[in-house]
Design a protein. Structure first.
Length: 144
């Protein structure tokens, strides 16, 4: 499995869990929504950690590109983290409209972000790094 396949699969897993969260919130099943949101947040943050701690530094070292796509991805990860915190607060307050509004903002950010990674950064990583070695290193951090 290469980097593109591995990390794209993680994107799909996170998207799938978020769809369940959104459904639970829409139905005002708060207990289920909180449980699923916790899972979604953990998976998303683990995915970010794999990229920030393993993939990005290796990519930057190997290519010498440090002010390019990885910098943009880190910035977008930080925006996503901020939205996740705000969504968690809205969930605690059982504020359905606020949660869904923030969720829509997060999904727009994540979809655009994932597209850039899947079409640009991951293929560049597969070309410049050892895909099997990178997937093994990222897997050691846990499974999304």
């Amino acid at each position: 499995m290469n980097i593109t396949q591995y990390l794209t699969e993680e994107h799909r897993k996170c998207d799938s869990v978020y769809a369940e969260v959104e459904k639970a919130v829409s139905e005002e099943n708060w207990e289920k929504a909180e449980e699923l949101f916790k899972e979604f947040k953990e998976k998303t943050l683990l995915h970010f950690k794999k990229e920030e701690d393993v993939l990005f530094p290796e990519f930057e070292e190997k290519t010498g590109i440090v002010m390019g796509p990885t910098q943009v991805m880190r910035m977008e990860h930080n925006q996503a983290r901020e939205l996740l915190e705000r969504m968690e607060e809205a969930l605690k307050n059982k504020n359905k409209d606020e949660f869904l509004s923030l969720g829509e903002s997060l999904m727009i950010l994540i979809q655009q972000h994932n597209m850039k990674e899947e079409q640009i950064l991951y293929p560049m990583s597969d070309q410049n790094l050892n895909p099997e070695e990178m997937v093994e290193k990222m897997s050691e951090l846990g499974e999304v």
